[in-house]
Design a protein around this ligand. Structure first.
Ligand SMILES: [Zn+2]
Length: 314
């Protein structure tokens, strides 16, 4: 983001927070009947540190959803897919990516308390994901030299290193995953909340909850853009099998890992019968048959987050 734009945004947020001191109402700009699909990931406890933008704290999420409930109508997956919206309000649909265990232990109680439905996009297995281990290693200031060596990127910043791993082929990613596993072992128990994923038994339990639907987030969370057509299809079908195992008559819906896609991937999904393809921002102008989501920012105040959701932009 350009520096000037960043400063402008910070000023806008600071001003909005300042107005909040006087309890001034947020101007709710969203059009009635409009749908906003929100994208979140994990939930951590209030005393846990922020290690990346994918985690929101328990009380922060409860406050956000409680406040939102005053203004919007929350859609269930069925209602969203059948376009059964409330025309007298703004409509919000919640989605959570990556299938973290905390979606069951910390998030579900909040959703149940507030009676808000959500769609969880889960991976095809419950092994740790490399980017979670990477963020933990980075936060715990563990030595990333072996990773730099393996990637042949001496002196690379952790941000650059991460970007390069995302661009790598599956074999390389699996090697990195193994190395990260070793690296993170000594601190694993302190960071479980950011790493552990939902087991098959957890999925089964969630599938029996009327508030929760499940969706596909591919088997291994690889960047689909570096795979060939056969590999793309297998990544998708593998995950679908896991979901079908616990969820009969599940509609085919998918959130694309890292929101990185191209027309080959969209064609492949179309052939496999995916009606719901969830992305974050339309890439390279491709928008057809995809659902664009609005990413929640855990680093700003609830007041600013509500305003951004209402405006549809930060
Ligand atoms: Zn993801």
């Amino acid at each position: 983001m350009m520096l000037v734009k960043k400063i402008k945004l910070k000023l806008k947020w600071a001003w909005n927070d300042f107005l909040g001191i006087f309890q001034s109402e947020i101007k709710w700009k969203a059009k009635l009947g409009e749908i906003r699909v929100l994208c979140l990931h994990g939930v951590c406890k209030d005393e846990d540190p922020y290690i990346n933008g994918r985690f929101i704290k328990e009380s922060q999420l409860r406050t956000l959803l409680t406040e939102l409930k005053k203004h919007v109508h929350f859609l269930s997956t069925d209602q969203f897919e059948n376009a059964e919206t409330d025309p007298s309000k703004m409509n919000v649909f919640l989605t959570f990516d990556d299938g973290y265990l905390n979606n069951k232990t910390l998030l579900l109680p909040i959703l149940e308390e507030l009676q808000i439905p959500a769609l969880f996009f889960v991976t095809g297995q419950c092994e740790n994901l490399w980017m979670d281990l990477f963020d933990v290693a980075d936060h715990a200031q563990l030595n990333l030299e072996t990773i730099r060596e393996e990637m042949n990127l001496p002196g690379a910043s952790s941000k650059e290193l991460k970007r390069k791993i995302i661009e790598s082929k599956p074999e390389k990613v699996m090697t990195i995953l193994k190395l990260l596993h070793e690296q993170v072992k000594p601190v694993y128990k302190d960071y479980k909340i950011y790493i552990d994923l939902l087991s098959d038994a957890d999925l089964k339990e969630l599938s029996e909850n009327a508030l929760i639907e499940l969706g596909n987030h591919t088997k291994n969370h690889f960047n689909l853009c570096v795979l060939n057509e056969g590999e793309i299809a297998s990544e998708i079908q593998n995950c679908e099998e896991r979901i079908e195992h616990v969820f009969s008559n599940n509609k085919k819906r998918i959130a694309i890992p890292f929101a990185l896609y191209n027309s080959t991937i969209l064609e492949c999904l179309n052939e496999l019968g995916y009606s719901g393809v969830y992305i974050n921002e339309p890439m390279g102008g491709i928008k057809e048959n995809t659902t664009e989501r609005f990413i929640i920012n855990p680093f700003i105040s609830t007041r600013n987050q509500l305003r951004a959701i209402s405006d549809g932009k930060y």
